[in-house]
Structures are given as structure tokens and as C-alpha cells.
Design a protein. Structure first.
Length: 466
């Protein structure tokens, strides 16, 4: 079998990649012109590319490498499990030890009576499970008409047809026939972009009450669930005003609908607690998990449901499951990852030490002439770029132009920071040290300086209309 050598020149790897590899969320022409950056190794918070550059990964891959790269214990756990039992399924009354152990561990870590886990291999799959779970739950309770699920515009719940429908990404809905029937969306609690002249507190209440208005419009007997991320991730790290979540909880309780907290990013320490729901003081009936569950070392996700939902679902045969639901190697690696997070006190350190340090340093960026606000919860943060801090104006150029320029400067400065429109976001590995945080901020500031100079030179520091 002839395969290209991993040590082949970067240009050859890039050409072969562009010729045969279709990338997610990537414009094909851009990829062919520029070539993809080839990542070859990683250790801690540092990536190495095929040119030998060392890059600070302030995104933890895709928000998932919570314990950092290069953890030998995780490799060992995978190898041990592959030798013992590389695969068996959990269908038709069979099970295996890693799935038992992981389900029990998650029940222990998850708040309240969230004690039951349905496994998947990703967040998208888990949210697809949730759609069927919610509708089956209500059908079993004799209310099959409660098949509507409410999500939020600019929420992200995955990329499959079902989970992409729950999400509110208009660019995704435009391709491939989404959303599926029975999914409604309400506006997001993004005060910076959409709050107008309202105070953040009033705006938070108003956006929560949009849920109540939607339930009343659709019919209180038709709505089965509301799904939301405790802190929106892919939408740009949108932190709701403090008034938002208590009001959402009140509305969910009043109408007796299920609350699904999509914890795929917020879970496993990202916000300084095990789950984002704990940080924000909300009590979901179902939580979606993935990403940090295995720190990305194995593909695994799941739905953690409370005692009542589990009891109702167990009253029937739930005709649903994935070949890799509770994959033993993924479970073994996830379990070892949770052990590391717990025994090394990673979550506590984010809450008490490195999280507050990152917050203080990150919020300093708000004094930069290009930056309007800096928002951060635990270790997920974002800054809004603006040509006019006082009015929170967007740029006159197409949304994302400034963000893209800034992202490119970060890349050139060996810092992985993502842009969502004109917000720049960070979500570093939770094991990042204070010294590495200083490096992150220093590189971010340098990149902002360069982006500001470039935007000024190109005449783009001009306010536009919302
Ligand atoms: C990434 C993400 C998902 C989808 O997870 P995949 O593993 O990519 O399918 C779902 N919800 C949220 C909040 C996410 O950030």
C-alpha cells in the first residue's frame, strides 16, 4: 500500500489534501488556493505544524481538549481497552464494563437526579437522540401532540439534519432542507448586537419572555421542550444577561416543558463547574454532553436524563441506538479523562485560580481601540470588534470581514483564535498555565494591533447600520 509519507513537503500534503479531502465548514476554492495548515503533533496547549511552527491553541481544538494534548494515560486507557474488548454493542440486553462504569460516573457528576445516560458518538447524534427522546416521552405520557421543540436563533446543536434543525444557524438551514418540521426558534440573548437602547437586564428578561410568547403562540399543549446552550459557543460565546436564565427557568416550570441544556461545550469544567447549568443556576431535565467528556481523544457523546424521563422512556422499547452507542474504547478513555479532571483538580483550578486569572487578563483587551466588550465565563470568552465602542456599531463592511482579518493576524502570530462574525473567541485547554495565559493575551493584543492597523489602512474602521 502506497501512502504519502508524513514527512513529505507541506505543499505536497496540501495538494493531496485539496485533491481528495472534503473539509467541514470550509470553502473549497479557498482551501485549494491557500492550502490547509497541516498539524502534526501536540503537547499541552501547543500544536506543532508541518513547518515546525509552535502554535498556542486557544480553542482546545474545537472546544474539546480540556485536559490538553499528549496525555499518555488516555492513550494507555485506549490501548488496554482495545486489547481487552475492542468492541461490543449495548443493544438487545447486552452491556460491558466501560459503559457501566462511565454511565455510573456521569450519574455521580451530573447535578440533581440526572442519573441515566444514553450514549452516542458525538454531540450531533446525542441531540438527534434528544428529539426522539422528547417526542417519545410525551407520547408515552399520553400527549403525543407535544412534538414541538423550541431552540434559539444562532444556537448551535450540531450538524446532522435533526441537530442542525434544533440549532439556529441560518447559513446551515439554507443547505439541505432544514429545519425539519416541529422545530421553532426564538431570538437569542445577545445584548451587544441586538440589545439596542435597552439595559442588559431588561433585554435579558425580554429575550427570556420570548420563550413564553412562543409557547403561547404555538399552544402550551403543543410544546414539548426548550433546548439551549448555557453559554452559546459556536454562536460567538454569547453570555446572556443575568436576568435571562432565572426567567427561562420560571417559564419552563410554569408550562411543564422539558429543558434540554446542551452542555457539549459548557460541560466538564469549561465554565468553572462540572456543568454550565451549575454555573448559571438552571435545572435541566436532559443534558447533552460530548467534546470535553473525552477531551476529544475519542468520539463520544450522550444524553443524560433525569429519573422521571428515564422511567417514562423505560416504559416502552425505545427504537433508537447507534452501533457505537457506548463504544468500549471511547467509554474507557472518557472515564480516564474524568479521573484526570477530578484527581488533578482541573475544574476547581479553573473556578478558583486560572479562570479568574484568564478573566482579568482577557478583560484588559476591552481597552483596545478595536474592542467593544470582552465577555468570559470560566474558560470560554469572546471579544466584540467594533469601529465605535460607544454605539456598539457594526462595521460598514460585510459582517465577518474584520473578524476574518483579525483571525488571520492571530494565525500569523501562531495563536489559534476563532472568529464568529466580528467576535473573536477563546476556549483554551483547561490546563493552560498562567504563563501560557500571558502568552495568549500578548499574542492576541499584537494581532488586534495589526488588525486595527490593517482595517484603518483599508478604510474599514467605519460604522455601519445594524
Ligand atoms: C459541537 C457542538 C455540538 C455538536 O457536537 P458534534 O460532536 O460536533 O456533533 C452540539 N452542541 C454544541 C453546543 C456544540 O458546541
Amino acid at each position: 500500500m502506497a501512502v504519502i509519507s508524513p514527512n513529505a513537503p507541506t505543499a505536497e500534503l496540501q495538494a493531496l489534501d485539496a485533491a481528495h479531502h472534503l473539509h467541514p465548514f470550509t470553502h473549497g476554492a479557498g482551501l485549494r488556493d491557500k492550502g490547509a495548515r497541516v498539524i502534526t503533533r501536540a503537547e499541552g496547549v501547543w500544536l506543532t505544524d508541518s513547518e515546525g511552527e509552535r502554535i498556542l491553541d486557544a480553542m482546545a481544538g474545537l472546544w474539546c481538549v480540556n485536559v490538553g494534548y499528549g496525555r499518555k494515560e488516555l492513550a494507555a486507557a485506549a490501548a488496554r481497552q482495545m486489547e481487552e474488548l475492542p468492541y461490543y454493542n449495548t443493544f438487545f440486553q447486552t452491556t460491558h464494563v466501560p459503559a457501566i462504569q462511565l454511565a455510573a460516573k456521569l450519574a455521580e457528576l451530573a447535578p440533581g437526579d440526572l442519573n441515566h445516560v444514553f450514549f452516542a458518538s458525538s454531540g450531533s447524534e446525542a441531540n438527534d437522540t434528544n428529539i426522539r427522546l422528547v417526542r417519545t416521552y410525551w407520547a408515552e405520557k399520553g400527549e403525543p401532540q407535544r412534538d414541538v421543540i423550541i431552540g434559539r436563533w444562532n444556537g448551535y446543536h450540531g450538524s446532522s439534519v435533526g441537530s442542525g434543525s434544533l440549532g439556529g444557524m441560518k447559513g446551515m438551514h439554507a443547505q439541505g432542507g432544514m429545519p425539519i418540521p416541529g422545530i421553532h426558534h426564538i431570538d437569542q440573548p445577545d445584548w451587544w448586537s441586538e440589545g439596542g437602547d435597552m439595559s442588559p437586564e431588561d433585554f435579558g428578561l425580554a429575550r427570556a419572555r420570548a420563550l413564553e410568547a412562543a409557547i403561547e403562540r404555538i399552544g402550551p399543549d403543543r410544546v414539548g421542550a426548550f433546548i439551549a446552550e448555557p453559554v452559546q459557543g459556536a454562536g460567538g460565546v454569547i453570555v446572556a444577561p443575568e436576568t435571562y436564565w432565572p426567567e427561562v427557568q420560571r417559564i419552563v416550570d410554569k408550562y411543564g416543558i422539558l429543558l434540554i441544556a446542551d452542555e457539549v461545550i459548557c460541560g466538564f469544567g469549561r465554565t468553572g463547574n462540572w456543568f454550565g447549568s451549575q454555573t448559571l443556576g438552571v435545572s435541566p431535565h436532559i443534558m447533552t454532553v460530548a467534546k470535553g467528556l473525552s477531551s476529544g481523544y475519542q468520539p463520544i457523546g450522550g444524553s443524560i436524563v433525569n429519573d422521571e424521563v428515564a422511567a417514562v422512556i423505560s416504559g416502552t422499547e425505545f427504537n433508537h441506538g447507534y452501533t457505537y452507542s457506548g463504544h468500549p474504547v471511547a467509554c474507557a478513555v472518557a472515564l480516564e479523562n474524568l479521573r484526570i479532571l477530578e484527581e488533578e483538580g482541573v475544574v476547581d483550578r479553573v473556578r478558583e485560580e486560572t479562570g479568574p486569572y484568564l478573566k482579568a487578563r482577557f478583560e484588559e483587551l476591552a481597552d483596545h481601540p478595536l474592542v467593544g466588550e470582552a465577555k468570559i465565563v470560566g474558560m470560554m470568552g469572546s471579544i466584540a470588534l467594533t469601529p465605535d465602542k460607544a454605539t456598539r456599531a457594526p462595521f460598514a463592511a460585510d459582517a465577518g470581514t474584520a473578524g476574518y482579518i483579525c483571525r488571520e493576524r492571530c494565525f500569523a502570530n501562531n495563536l489559534v483564535m476563532r472568529h464568529v462574525g466580528d467576535r473573536m473567541i477563546v476556549s483554551p485547554p483547561l490546563v493552560i498555565s498562567k504563563e501560557e495565559i500571558d502568552t495568549l493575551i500578548e499574542r492576541a493584543r499584537r494581532s488586534l494591533d495589526e488588525a486595527h492597523a490593517q482595517l484603518t489602512e483599508q478604510g474599514l474602521m467605519v460604522a455601519g447600520q445594524r
